[in-house]
Design a protein. Structure first.
Length: 99
């Protein structure tokens, strides 16, 4: 099972939502106007526990769920192991403390 690199909770699924880009402006009366696309511009995948964005495309979302030892930042692709993040946060897994 994968572990969220932000909240360190085990996850077996990600929540996702379509992201639509739209133009925003005010009309002559100062009222908001949105002009957008009918199709989403991308899909965002995030942790169901802490809501942190973990992937910005399906391939990365699959990698997050399959890869339990190294997760990439969804914004910069910098990789670090879950164990390194746990150590930096002062979190010790139960199995590590028993062994």
């Amino acid at each position: 099972m994968a572990t969220c690199p932000n909240c360190f909770q085990e996850i077996d699924s990600l929540d996702s939502q379509d992201v639509y880009n739209s133009d925003f402006h005010l009309d002559e009366q100062g009222q908001p106007v949105y002009q957008g696309r009918d199709e989403p511009s991308l899909r965002q995948y995030f942790c169901p526990n802490c809501r942190e964005t973990l992937a910005m495309n399906e391939a990365k979302a699959i990698a997050v769920l399959k890869d339990t030892t190294a997760l990439a930042c969804s914004h910069c692709d910098q990789r670090s192991t879950v164990q390194e993040k746990r150590k930096a946060a002062g979190i010790i897994s139960r199995s590590a403390s028993l062994g």
